[in-house]
Write a protein that binds this ligand. Sequence first.
Ligand code: SF4
Length: 462
Amino acid sequence: MASKEKQFKKKSEEVAFNLRHRKTINFNIGKYLTAFEKGKLQYSSLEEAKTLASEVKKDVLQNLDYYLQKFAENFEKNGGKVYWAYDAEEANNYILKILKEHDAKTIVKSKSITTEELRLNELLEQHRYDVFETDLGEFIVQVAGEKPYHIVTPAMHKSKKDVARLFHEKFGTDINSTPEEMTMFVRKFLRERFIKADVGITGANFLLPDIGGISITENEGNGLLTASFPKVHIAIAGIEKLLPSVRYLSLFLPLLATHGTGQYISAYNTVYTSAKKENDADGPEQMYVILLDNGRSDLYAEEETNIALSCIRCGACLNVCPIYQNIGGYTYDVPYSGPIGSIISPYYEGEKEYKHLSFACTLCGKCTETCPVKIPLHELLIINRKKFVERHGDHWIWEKGMKFYEYLMDDRNHIDMVGGGVKNFAVQTFGKNSLGDKKEPPEFAKESFARSWVKKRQDGNK
Ligand code: SF4
């Protein structure tokens, strides 16, 4: 089987020239960008809010062990149970254990991009559980047998017509259904699953150590149902998802909403601190939080790049990235795509297999400019490149080629050793397709400018 890098290059080329894909993505990202511009208007100084958020996240990273311990202690004081999962396998084992203990059969999920790291749906289906994604976008991709295309808008690659056709094929609904009709259909379909569900699995946008709680932000209300209808709630969160205190939600929730969808604030923002208490009317009987490492400690150990752990998963860097806009979410072949995905995925999914992602960047810097927590994304990509070449070496052709390039550039006379004809022959023969087969290599003049200039000067002096 071709390496992940080869697959990536092949897929990139296919998707970049798929005009239908381009049209859908441009339309959906265009809508996002318009909303984002409006959302930013709520700030008198967005820059100040971003600076403060970035400082808060720096504090979290500097005191990660302290905040994690504090979260675990306070959450357990509230009556919940914390599991520490070193990797995906350990997290999956905890989930299976909990499901078995509670004799679960039906599971509803919401806000759970982290579970994509665990390949959880596949695992649960193998163990014959009925699993239903309940965010509309996640539900659509699950029904289509696909993975989320984007960390915030999982079905961004589908048009209204695509979804109507999909629902028609799978559920027999009208092929001309409007978005409202489709939403009502899904609402009814999922209500029945919520009522039947034994366990609700969610992610967590933020972990709040001071109160021992988690914060979930959403727009459809399905997160609330997932966390409160079933008798068991399991939340899976990366160990970096901390804020120092619940007080900082007033800073982070609007930042997340504006950068994620262009809203001032998402429709539902809920803090969950425990299972149902004695006098509560509803809520689960048990609540668990699984704190997931899965490569985060390895990234944390990288002093120059661990700032990437500040990410709040707003997805804004994906939307503004020219690479993402051209090659789309699936080409990355990892749960987190775009600039942030290219930085963290080698640590989460395998450095050797996914190091090439850090090279998929034009270094335009738009991601860095957009990020609400001021992660210098494009700079981190350069650092990743350097590290990965140092650790894993490079293709020998590339290494030899760069050595030769260094020799040529070292001295003007080296470049001018041969004329334009030889240069053109060399580029056409050895460099063909180096810019892809849609671009012609540059054509060299018969004589270099330097040579012509010298000649001209000499002729002038005669
Ligand atoms: S890196 Fe920044 S812009 Fe990208 S998803 Fe994370 S917080 Fe959002």
